[in-house]
Design a protein around this ligand. Structure first.
Ligand code: UDP
Length: 259
């Protein structure tokens, strides 16, 4: 695996050169970070689950006409993706107050927002991914006005689709983060959905109990992170009863054998 040329290593994923020009391999690690990487740890089997969950969601989004970088899953931890030029903006969509919105504006976590809010953060670890306004994006040329419109339109479509998908399995989609990238076709750039959609970048609460089924379990030391991610995968129908743990076991065995 590591014989391939590594292009980039992030906090939760590694990107390798793909088999054809314009493709990359996205490898999902078990590493978890929070609070701008000040808190570090690992969630056993997270990479396997996020690979599978993200594959499922990107496939469904593709089927409703949202363009994504996803091509196909290769194995338990890897997927083949289109190479894009990442737009240095994190697009956060919020339906319910939580996290930094609650902190910043003093709105109690769990408060339904009067309307869906889209926020933009500048992707820069050294600066701690600061909240920015459209004006900053335009002024510094991080994305064009057309690209901003495309990203906002896609974010709303993704939110509507995912809110329904999760509601159908008893989960409230509180908020989530998206990243987009450009692909070049005959000198024209087109924006497509990139990165991943998984419990790492979403807040997912059980509708009946408000139990957190996402990375907040790690951020807030609640425990049961792996079980929460497994529960999301199970409800999405990705793991027949009893299979979730065996898949993870298998993966652990492989790692022990050094494969
Ligand atoms: N998020 C993310 N990566 C980031 C920041 C936020 O995936 O670098 C996601 C986070 O999981 C949550 C949503 O975006 O679903 C809103 O996050 P928030 O601004 O509340 O910040 P956080 O509490 O995650 O630091």
């Amino acid at each position: 695996m590591s014989r391939r040329r590594q292009i980039y290593e992030g906090k939760a994923k590694i990107l390798y050169e793909g088999p054809e020009p314009g493709t990359l391999i996205q490898y999902f690690k078990d590493d978890a970070t929070a609070f701008n990487a000040q808190k570090r740890g690992s969630i056993a089997g997270k990479g396997v689950l996020n690979n599978r969950i993200s594959e499922h969601i990107f496939t469904l989004l593709g089927q409703i006409g949202v363009p994504t970088h996803f091509l196909r899953r290769l194995n338990m931890r890897e997927q083949l993706i289109r190479q894009v030029e990442i737009i240095p903006i994190e697009v956060v969509v919020r339906n319910v107050a939580a996290g930094t919105l609650s902190k910043r504006l003093g709105i109690e976590e769990g408060t339904q927002l009067p309307r869906t809010i889209i926020e933009y953060y500048y992707k820069d670890d050294a600066l701690g991914d600061p909240l920015i306004a459209d004006e900053h994006i335009a002024a510094f040329g991080w994305a064009s006005q057309d690209e901003m419109n495309d990203m906002a339109d896609m974010a709303i479509r993704v939110n509507d689709f995912l809110s329904g998908l999760f509601a159908g399995i008893g989960i409230r989609l509180i908020d989530f983060k998206l990243e987009f990238g450009r692909i070049w076709e005959n000198e024209y750039a087109r924006v497509i959905l990139a990165d991943e959609i998984s419990p790492d970048g979403c807040r997912l609460w059980d509708m009946a109990t408000n139990e957190k089924l996402d990375k907040d379990r790690f951020r807030r030391d609640l425990g049961g992170e792996a079980e929460a991610y497994q529960e999301v995968a199970r409800r999405l129908g990705l793991m027949p009863e009893g299979e979730a743990s065996s898949v993870l076991d298998l993966d652990t065995h492989r790692k022990k054998r050094g494969k």
